[in-house]
Design a binder for this molecule. Structure first.
Ligand SMILES: Cc1cc2nc3c(=O)[nH]c(=O)nc-3n(C[C@H](O)[C@H](O)[C@H](O)COP(=O)(O)OP(=O)(O)OC[C@H]3O[C@@H](n4cnc5c(N)ncnc54)[C@H](O)[C@@H]3O)c2cc1C
Length: 410
């Protein structure tokens, strides 16, 4: 376990505290959380730092400096994250610093292309928050997602990729064959080619109360928030697929028991994961055919998860924290109403577009979208297999198509 170098003093009811914790979590910055409602010494510390004022979050860093109610941009600056590019024009701009984006950046930069990679949170994407990668070739003992991501990012930097973090790409435009990439901090950059490697995001239940308790009892990332529940008697996991089962198994490291609420009548995870759940000492109980109805709490803290059984009026409730793993939504808003997407929002590329009547003369290369010069790879792409190894493979393959595109357009 990495020793936290940052301490966040706050309270469970404070939205800015939740935002700061989320930002630190997403950027893989280990931090210690002190709830000043529960911790009198913590409260005294906040009062002492703020001339007797009880302002939260107060965030104290390794060098004993501190920030009070910082914006995400201020936090990024303090943490030394690079948020501004050195130039305005690049051969290739990659949006997304997960396995596919980072791999494409290594290939393209190593061949001499000028590459800017823009990531809105922590490098590594979903792989970065994966507890352990057991199925990535070359690591016979497995590797933690965090270490894997650090290594790939290090390799990208070695080949000269310029990487921005905590910067969100909001919009794309095309002007005279060049693409313009607009970011959340009001800047924009130009390139010949853009690679969409934006992956996917956790799906929410959409039940009353869910949004109110995110970070205060409702979680989507066991790696980030699981340790907060060390010693808990029970944790709920909602979902029955791979993520739910794997993360449920991981959460047994912290809680005595994990209860899985599964909408269907079976688990849809890999057989290895299902076998682990079914081991006599797994400490996981599965409740099938259950539908979560509401999440309730008091004083901004989760108290109750209410659910019922399908085909019956039987209602039940549980009172621990809940981790929700019910699928993903592609992060493709930048392409909405621009490039062709499938009905779920995943990006169509290459052969998927062969019969598209809107394309005109444009005959897309493999991994190229319906917009010439915009490519897509990894989990955001229609037909991708949602694994680290395949995301890495798609990043490499897309970069070869990008090389061909650049060669043709010179
Ligand atoms: C809990 C969990 C466990 C998993 N376990 C395994 C496993 O054991 N083995 C395995 O092979 N796979 C596993 N996977 C799947 C694997 O992590 C993904 O398939 C892989 O990370 C996809 O890579 P990607 O680069 O396509 O997308 P992501 O990893 O999703 O990366 C996309 C990146 O783009 C960024 N981004 C999105 N939109 C924007 C924007 N507008 N501006 C800037 N940045 C943006 C995101 O912040 C993100 O960092 C797991 C996934 C999860 C969630």
């Amino acid at each position: 376990m990495v020793e936290p170098k940052v301490t966040v003093y706050g309270a469970y009811w404070c939205p800015d505290c939740r935002r700061s914790k989320k930002f630190l979590g997403e950027n893989f910055i280990p931090f210690r959380w002190v709830d000043i409602e529960q911790d009198k010494k913590g409260e005294a510390h906040v009062l002492q730092r703020n001339d007797g004022k009880r302002i939260i979050p107060t965030i104290v860093f390794e060098d004993d400096t501190f920030l009070v109610e910082p914006s995400n941009a201020e936090l990024a600056k303090k943490l030394g994250l690079k948020t501004e590019a050195s130039k305005t024009y690049y051969d290739l701009i990659i949006i997304g610093g997960g396995p596919s984006g980072l791999t494409a950046s290594i290939y393209a930069s190593r061949e001499g292309a000028d590459v800017l990679l823009i990531e809105r949170s922590g490098l590594g994407g979903q792989a970065g928050i994966t507890v352990g990668l057991d199925n990535f070739p070359g690591f016979p003992e497995g590797i933690s997602g965090q270490e894997f991501s650090d290594r790939v990012a290090q390799q990208a930097r070695r080949f000269g990729v310029e990487i921005l973090q905590a910067v969100d790409v909001e919009r794309l435009e095309m002007e005279e064959g060049y693409h313009e990439v607009y970011t959340s901090d009001g800047k924009h950059y130009h390139s010949r080619v853009v690679l969409i490697a934006t992956g996917a995001t956790y799906r929410r239940l959409g039940v009353p109360g869910e949004d109110d308790y995110i970070g205060a009892g409702i979680h989507f990332c066991a790696t980030c928030d699981g340790p907060f529940y060390k010693g808990a008697s029970e944790i709920v996991v909602v979902g029955g697929g791979n993520s739910a089962v794997e993360e449920g198994l991981h959460l047994t490291n912290f809680a005595e028991k994990v209860t899985l609420l599964v909408r269907g009548d079976r688990l849809t995870a890999s057989q290895i994961a299902i076998d682990k759940v079914n081991e006599p000492n797994s400490r996981i109980e599965v409740k099938y055919n259950t539908i979560v109805d509401a999440i309730e709490g008091a004083n901004s803290k989760l108290k109750t998860i209410k659910y019922h059984f399908k085909d019956s009026d039987k209602m039940e409730e549980l009172h621990p924290a809940a981790f929700i793993f019910i699928g993903q939504i592609p992060n493709t808003t930048v392409l909405k109403d621009y490039a062709e997407l499938d009905t779920y929002g995943f990006v169509l590329t290459g052969h998927d577009l062969t019969h598209d009547e809107h394309l005109g003369e444009h005959s897309p290369l493999p991994f190229e979208t319906s917009i010439p010069g915009i490519f897509a790879a990894g989990d955001a792409r229609h037909g991708s297999t949602k694994q680290v190894a395949s995301a890495v493979g798609e990043g490499a393959a897309a970069s070869i198509s990008i090389r061909e595109f650049l060669r043709r357009s010179h």
